[in-house]
Design a protein around this ligand. Sequence first.
Ligand SMILES: O=C([O-])CC(=O)C(=O)O
Length: 164
Amino acid sequence: MNTLSSSTCDLCDTYKSDSSGSFRVLPPWFTDYGGVVRFEGEISTVRCLEDNSRVKEAVQSPGLGRVLVVDGGSSLRRSLIGGNLAADAAKNGWAGVVVIGAVRDKAELAQCAIGLRAMGLIPMPTDRQNQGQRDVPVQCGEVWIRPGEWLVADEDGIVVMPAR
Ligand SMILES: O=C([O-])CC(=O)C(=O)O
């Protein structure tokens, strides 16, 4: 298990009175599917709906220790990551992927040396139509997440803050 510079609970203790909006906690919507429970890194984003074209491009490029946040519009109809793309993400040096949407291949995901959170599992694959946007601000519920910010995930949750 990886060691974080601070746990999400410690960060929340430190920033609980922050009213600037720069420290944010994601809603508790996520299940841990990856082989790494604790991860952190600079954020890169994809925004898409039931089409993982941009996700595939991202995980097949160098991750440089970053975390890919995929805003799939909370759709649970099609999976945006499966065993192959999770393995690509691990191989290419992504620290983790957070999918605001669904994934598949649960057993394979657990074998990947990467952090992986998603809202649920669905076996139905994506419909790749070359749609979606890369490195745009995305939203998880009411929480904005921007490329270049910092994400920390552990057993207790996921927080986002300005880059360190
Ligand atoms: O290839 C895809 O679009 C998603 C998938 O099933 C995988 O990553 O294995």
